[in-house]
Design a protein around this ligand. Sequence first.
Ligand SMILES: CCCCC/C=C\C/C=C\C/C=C\C/C=C\CCCC(=O)SCCNC(=O)CCNC(=O)[C@H](O)C(C)(C)COP(=O)(O)OP(=O)(O)OC[C@H]1O[C@@H](n2cnc3c(N)ncnc32)[C@H](O)[C@@H]1OP(=O)(O)O
Length: 191
Amino acid sequence: MKSAAEHREFVDLVEALRAAQDTITGASPPEDVARKAREGLEEVTRLLAPFTVSEAEQLAGYLITEPGHAQALAPVLHVDESSTEHVRGRLVLGRYYLGGNGAAHGGSIPLFFDDVLGRLANDGGRGTSRTAYLHVNYRKITPVGQELRVEAHVDRVEGRKRFVVGTIHDPEGDLTVDAEGLFVALRPGQP
Ligand SMILES: CCCCC/C=C\C/C=C\C/C=C\C/C=C\CCCC(=O)SCCNC(=O)CCNC(=O)[C@H](O)C(C)(C)COP(=O)(O)OP(=O)(O)OC[C@H]1O[C@@H](n2cnc3c(N)ncnc32)[C@H](O)[C@@H]1OP(=O)(O)O
């Protein structure tokens, strides 16, 4: 397991990237400010490109003790309580995930659940699986910028099939989303 303690600066770099994504998404800057910001981002790319590694050596997504696992793609679950069978936590969707009218982009929710349910499917020594399907029911808008409650658990395991379910509740306690994923355990050598 890769150690977050050894890669503190990388963890902070990904946090800064998340903040940049939120800020860029919400900004309408004058052209000279936009140009300066682009030049700053291009400088980041120049700085890091020589350190590109193989998937096996990649840090992003693999620093699993960190909230968000040092990966800027999926929304971050802040875990309050977890076992190999369940997880409870909090989620604040930043401006980056805005769809419209204060509601989260519909695609950001499956992205979040694929990560959370998928990790749960593979936990507890169950080993690697892949998403066969992910069914998401949008019951009410999921607001951005507010603290949401998340719960997920392994519903049942049938041979290679792991059924994992999850919910999101808004600050009023109303259900906004429920989801079910089927994760199929990979056979040896299966990509
Ligand atoms: C989001 C950000 C993530 C960032 C991650 C970064 C780093 C990762 C670090 C660590 C990773 C740790 C955790 C993982 C985190 C997230 C999880 C993400 C996982 C994915 O995001 S992965 C990409 C999307 N995923 C695919 O790319 C799958 C493509 N696909 C296949 O690879 C095959 O399709 C497979 C393997 C699914 C099955 O194929 P197969 O040949 O092994 O098995 P087979 O077809 O025989 O099915 C066996 C039994 O499942 C039933 N079954 C199958 N499919 C079904 C369906 N759709 N509906 C209903 N039932 C279904 C059959 O009916 C049969 O049931 P029965 O045994 O009862 O007859």
